[in-house]
Design a protein around this ligand. Structure first.
Ligand code: QV4
Ligand code: CA
Length: 519
């Protein structure tokens, strides 16, 4: 009996230790909780944004676009997706030079904002990428001969004989061998079974760790064998101790699109690091759009109760750079900045709810052009100058962004919910209320409370907020400034009750208060 208990304790200890040895921890500083994806931003703009906005507003980290040297395609003119076609691991891209990259990492780290690198390690450029030096630092390469001397990789570093399809491309997602050993949309597939290739990939990632990055979003993990990834991750150094505690492992979150019904499941990857939970945005989109008879009150069991992966393994988001423009998966239910009213609510819901590590998207506008439901311009790259270089992000006097940059993360409602999540961090979800339709409310311990009205009529109800008595500023319609509210005020009585009235016609039909919005 006692020996049994002892063994059990030992087992629990090992699991705990195991968890801390694996790479699920984002190493956020100062109780911060959220990552923002500054899609296609230049390094110099990210450095400035860390100092002037992200640190003061409590963002935990930035996911950056792939920093590796990539193919440069002039036809169509510099699509965003050229950055997912590596030519070498030199750190120069349309986001900037190695010098600018280093400066960004230092400046963001110095204000406690982590940098997570999008690591493209499954493949190099497309097989049709030609030959020459049309690359972001001018390195010569030959796609036809699978020759990338700046790494160097040559033909035998790629999967050729392992792939059994006649095209050499993935043809059937039901066959796990194809998905891992054949080419994803013709992208030259690296042979990660080889010690040499594993070594080169690890060398690239270790260089980034040395420079001070906090971890990686690993691209296209479905297309790599978990065993190969385990080997590569096993070669990674601990984080740079200038900014991180000793023995910190890099944070790893793996892109695996698993909406169910495919041969490869996220479960193959969760022991290696976190995984992107794509069901989250797809379902939340349906809920807020009220498609398939979904209702907001069904989200009472949101999270694992909706058969999402376990909380400690998930990275969650409403949309990402692929599915906001019809790439990747998730389908038409995905809500983006183009549907701004719904978007603010969906992002607000995500940030208020305790499940997962949250990632906020920050986009640029492009000229959408739908033909038979497909956007012909889904390739369009970021705002650019006439010579093709990416434009800097300009900031307007009202703190919004100009020049085509959307900066969702700067929208008051979204920024304030990032702060809300920090304030309620670690608190349980309590005091759930719903009207059995699309009006719901819940609290986070005694630190915060949020109420949504996604019905077509007014919400008018008194609820137990679980918070201490006093006057609070709603951080959606405004915020606390000095000792006044710029938007709605919510009066919480001594018993914790408060009256909420939210018209379905309000600009933003939701209200959120937290411990630090009290006046
Ligand atoms: C095309 C044809 C091929 C043909 C080839 C001939 O599709 O059948 O053989 O031309 O040259 C681009 C083009 C694509 C082109 C390919 C190769 O869109 O048409 O092939 O280049 O030249 C992004 C884009 C892709 C883009 C890729 C590389 O989304 O369109 O391909 O970058 O530039 C699956 C995966 C998942 C993936 C998702 C999009 O399981 O891992 O698809 N998501 C990640 C990234 C994503 C990125 C990649 C993976 C690839 O989030 O942004 O793809 O790194 O679900
Ligand atoms: Ca592969």
């Amino acid at each position: 009996e006692r020996k049994g208990k002892g063994l059990e304790l030992l087992f629990i200890l090992i699991t705990l230790l195991g968890l801390s040895l694996t790479q699920h921890n984002p190493h956020f500083k100062h109780g911060r909780t959220t990552i923002v994806h500054l899609f296609e931003w230049r390094w110099s703009d990210i450095a400035a944004e860390c100092e002037r906005f992200l640190a003061p507003k409590g963002f935990g980290g930035v996911q950056i676009s792939p920093p590796n040297e990539h193919i440069v395609l002039d036809q169509p003119w510099r699509p965003w997706w050229q950055r997912y076609q590596p030519v070498s691991y030199n750190l120069c891209s349309t986001s900037g030079s190695e010098e600018e990259f280093i400066d960004m990492v230092i400046r963001c780290n110095n204000v406690g904002v982590n940098i997570y690198v999008d690591a493209v390690i499954n493949h190099m450029c497309g097989s049709g990428g030609g030959e020459g030096n049309h690359s972001s630092c001018g390195s010569w390469f030959s796609a036809s001969n699978k020759n990338f001397p700046s790494v160097p990789y040559s033909a035998w570093d790629f999967n050729v004989n392992k792939c059994r399809t006649s095209s050499g491309d993935i043809e059937n997602y039901g066959d796990i061998f194809q998905v891992r050993d054949c080419r994803l949309v013709s992208l030259l597939d690296l042979n990660l079974e080889k010690d040499y290739v594993r070594g080169k990939v690890a060398e690239y990632m270790n260089k980034l760790i040395d420079l001070g990055v906090a971890g990686f979003r690993v691209d296209a993990c479905k297309h790599m064998w978990p065993g190969d990834l385990e080997n590569v991750y096993g070669r990674l150094q601990n984080l740079n101790t200038t900014w991180f505690p000793r023995d910190s492992k890099p944070f790893i979150f793996q892109e695996v699109i698993d909406l169910g019904g495919e041969a490869i499941s996220y479960t193959d990857y969760v022991h290696l690091g976190r995984v992107t939970e794509f069901k989250y945005g797809a379902k939340l989109g349906k809920v807020f759009r009220k498609w398939d008879e979904e209702k907001l009150f069904y989200t009472r069991t949101w999270g694992e109760g909706w058969s999402f992966m376990s909380d400690g393994n998930a990275v969650v988001f409403v949309d990402n750079h692929d599915n906001q423009r019809g790439h990747g998966a998730g389908g038409s239910s995905i809500i983006t900045f183009w549907d701004s009213r719904l978007y603010k609510m969906a992002v607000g819901y995500m940030l208020a709810h305790p499940y997962g590590v949250t990632r906020v998207m920050s986009s640029y506008r492009w000229n959408r052009n739908f033909v038979n439901g497909k956007d012909q311009n889904d390739w369009m790259g970021p705002p650019s100058n006439t010579n093709g270089s990416t434009k800097s992000v300009s900031v307007n006097p009202d703190q919004t962004c100009g020049d085509g940059w959307v900066c969702e993360h700067r929208w008051r409602q979204i920024t304030n919910m990032v702060i809300f999540r920090n304030v309620v961090n670690g608190q349980p979800q309590i005091n759930w209320w719903d009207n059995q339709s699309n009006q719901v409310a819940f609290g986070r311990g005694d630190r915060g409370f949020i109420v949504f009205n996604n019905d077509d009529w007014t919400l008018n109800v008194t609820l137990n907020t679980g918070m201490s008595g006093g006057t609070y500023c709603d951080v959606i319609s405004g915020q606390k400034e000095g000792n006044t509210c710029t938007g709605k005020q919510i009066l919480v009585s001594h018993d914790g009750n408060a009256h909420f009235k939210i018209s379905n016609l309000d600009e933003d039909p939701f209200v959120a208060i937290h411990a630090e919005s009290k006046i």
